[in-house]
Design a protein around this ligand. Sequence first.
Ligand code: BTN
Length: 262
Amino acid sequence: MGSPLATNVEVHEELGSTQQRARELARAGAPHGTFVVSKVQTGGRGRLGRRWGSPAGGLWMSLVLRPRLSTEVAARITQTAAVGAAKTLRELEVEARIKWPNDLLVNGRKICGILAEASVESVPVAAKKVGAEGGRRVDFVVLGIGLNANLDPEDLRVPEGDGATLRCELGRDADLLALLGSLLSHLDFELGRIDDFAAILDDWRALDCTLGKRVRVRRFGETLEGVALDLGPEGALLLQTRDGVVGLFEGEIEQLRCQRSP
Ligand code: BTN
């Protein structure tokens, strides 16, 4: 593939989940740059354990990253990947926007989902060094990306009107190999500057469709409502609620119609 993110490549016609397969490979010691892609996934997974419909025509892929990062910096990977994926779509003149934290939408409909799952290991105190602050170090991250490419929205089997596809946006099929090459190149660039997260977040803001909106956020069984003000320095959503500003790192967000302040 010519990308440092895909030096060890597995291509499948059909697989349960590239995420699951990449995780198995990583557990067995697969190096940084291990890349798994499948034409079809029969058990694709999304955030919060949701099913991710993955028929032929989409780009369903997972990468093994061994980033030698602290857990804090590794947490930046999803938003960093969202910026890379959005820029890939923008290059095709598809007006992708990022819904916090990392869904890519076109005209309010989801075209791409991103799932980053880290495996963390404890580091003995004597072995602590930069990149292992707090005695915890990221062993690997599996970064999964699902992009609804050469599909019709009805192929996705999501409620009508919820899903967008590249075919629909472009009015033609995309060259999947070229798309993959561009995505890997953008991801490599963004991940390569993850230490400069302020710059990545500036790009995230420029691509965002959440900030300034009145939203409802569900997380850990509670529901919060307020106005999405901005991002904190580590990507937390700063939500202005009736009780003050809350910083959120997790949650399912829903945009509310009413734009009044809390
Ligand atoms: C989301 O819920 O938005 C994240 C969806 C991530 C889907 C991708 S498709 C490739 C990889 N394999 C999976 O099973 N999930 C991820």
